[in-house]
Design a protein around this ligand. Structure first.
Ligand code: HEC
Length: 122
């Protein structure tokens, strides 16, 4: 699992220190992270968002987001992405770490260049 400082640098700069986000601009990273980490489709979505980014319209707790998050395939290794996703699942979703470097790589290969929104669970 990543440390808070690593989270802040890679994700918290937009999603904020405690994952609370900014309504209408940056969605919160909350219990959805843990819910999604519990299904295959959800895990594919989480990995794809970090690898390939996500852009288009989302709705979270009745608030609409129509923005873009850049993919981090060139900034972060699979191990770092796994650690950061585990951090948000454990810290903000009160769940358990599910990703390893190799499981993340496997999901990356399965996903290929799929668009994130098509994978987004409810
Ligand atoms: C440059 C700002 C920025 C950074 C850095 C960033 N995000 Fe995002 N993120 C966004 C935006 C903006 C959206 C919403 C995109 C949209 O409206 O389509 C988003 C969406 C998401 C979503 C999808 C939320 C949903 O409800 O579907 C997840 C999950 C996510 N980010 C996780 C992360 C993680 C984990 C990191 C760090 C590895 C990270 N983000 C780094 C800006 C950022």
């Amino acid at each position: 699992m990543a440390e808070h400082g690593e989270y802040v640098k890679a994700c918290g700069i937009c999603h904020l220190e405690a994952g609370e986000g900014v309504p209408g601009a940056f969605p919160p990273l909350d219990e959805r992270m843990t819910r999604w980490s519990g299904t295959e489709q959800g895990r594919r979505y989480l990995v794809n968002v970090v690898v390939n980014g996500v852009n288009g319209q989302l709705e979270v707790n009745g608030v609409s987001y129509f923005s873009a998050m850049p993919g981090m395939a060139h900034q972060l290794t699979s191990g770092q992405m796994a650690a950061l996703l585990n951090f948000v699942i454990v810290q903000f979703g009160d769940g358990e770490a599910v990703f390893t470097e190799s499981s993340l790589d496997e999901i990356r290969t399965t996903n290929g260049a799929v668009s994130s929104l098509g994978l987004r669970p409810n």
